[in-house]
Design a protein around this ligand. Structure first.
Ligand code: KG4
Ligand code: ZN
Length: 337
């Protein structure tokens, strides 16, 4: 059974084909970085126009490459959460293709696709688990009970972790897209007398707040003339603080549920310090495992959409043919399509 996956929730146009027997057959991504770089962030109108320009070309490319036409059994597309204009491009195309090929079409929740993306390469990952979902727009702790059943245990009250990474790296003069650049600079940083706050560390709940940390860091950057080593030290102190607070709350969630499986997913899960410290924590404290995807599956991609489509196909969960987008679709509502 073959699933065509289409991802257009933000600024990456992703298409892929996942085969339930053979695994991922092909995965192509067009990144719009060069369009948005001059604005220092994503411009939604430009993002949707670029998706519209590239998506048909990309689908043709993958179908030609693996030489298939009629063997697609399901078209899975990102229906939300995401930017309205961007989502509309992928959903309209998916539904038109489904209609013309007479193939079922399934709306996919982008965050659920991130959460389960480590399974593409690692089938030993099993439910239940605690998920730390860290992307450009979300910072959430999830109790994942089974496919389609999730409880949000914690959320960011303001900025997402990825957003904070992006803003601080912009202030440090690093190039867009930023999180990875900040992390690279942080590796050159050394321990200094800089200690950044861990917001909401002692709050009993599992929520996060990154705006105070962001303001604290930006004040240091704006009020000092910094050489490159000092910038690296700030990047390190900032990254240490973000990773620390993410794992402090994750640890609480694992204790709360009494589980010893952790999944870290979303763009920020590519962060090397986060991966390293999470692995140490899981081994030392929980005698358990941490799962994350290869870095090219951490950020947005079509493979995770196609893969999740294949899981739902097995459960015979197929939507009716209607164009559906849900720009604010919560993980707790994934079964309400
Ligand atoms: O999941 P994603 O591709 O898009 C959303 O769905 O939001 O995540 C993008 C976010 C950006 O904020 C980016 O700066 C961050 O992931 N990111 C990183 C790293 N790689 C990407 N943040 C920290 N360290 C990284 N290595
Ligand atoms: Zn994403």
């Amino acid at each position: 059974m073959k699933v065509l996956g289409i991802e257009t929730s933000c600024d990456d146009t992703g298409v892929a084909i996942y085969d339930s027997m053979q695994g991922l057959l092909i995965n192509e991504l067009y990144n719009q970085k060069k369009i948005h770089v001059r604005y220092g962030g994503i411009v939604p109108e430009l993002a949707s126009r670029e998706h519209a320009k590239k998506i048909i070309f990309l689908i043709n490319k993958i179908l030609k490459k693996i030489n298939i036409k009629k063997e697609i059994d399901l078209i899975a597309y990102t229906a939300g959460p995401g930017l309205v204009g961007s989502l509309l491009v992928g959903s309209t195309l998916a539904c038109s293709l489904g209609f013309s090929l007479d193939v079922p079409v399934l709306p996919i929740n982008h965050m659920e696709a991130h959460l389960l993306s480590p399974m593409i390469e690692n089938k030993s990952m099993k439910f239940p688990f605690i998920g730390l979902l860290v992307s450009g727009k979300h910072t959430q702790i999830i109790a994942a009970y089974k496919l389609g059943k999730y409880e949000i245990l914690g959320n960011s009250l303001d900025d997402a972790a990825g957003e904070a990474f992006d803003k601080i790296s912009k202030l440090l003069g690093l190039k867009y897209p930023n999180g990875r650049e900040l992390s690279k600079l942080a590796m050159k940083g050394v321990e200094s007398n800089l200690y950044f706050p861990r917001p909401m560390k002692n709050h009993p709940n599992l929520n996060f707040s990154f705006s105070g940390l962001k303001t604290f860091t930006s004040n240091i950057i704006k009020n000092n003339v910094l050489d490159i080593q000092q910038k690296a030290n700030i990047a390190k102190a900032f990254e240490d603080a973000v990773v620390d607070i993410l794992l402090i709350k994750t640890k609480k969630a694992l204790f709360q549920k009494g589980w010893n499986n952790l999944v870290i997913a979303g763009g920020v899960s590519a962060n090397k310090l986060l991966r390293k410290n999470a692995s140490i924590m899981m081994k030392k404290i929980f005698n358990g495992d941490v799962f994350y995807a290869s870095s090219h599956f951490c950020t947005d991609n079509g493979a995770m959409i196609a893969y999740l489509g294949s899981l739902y196909y097995k459960k015979s969960y197929i939507s009716s043919l209607e164009i559906l987008i849900k720009p604010k679709w919560s993980l707790e509502d994934v079964c309400k399509r």
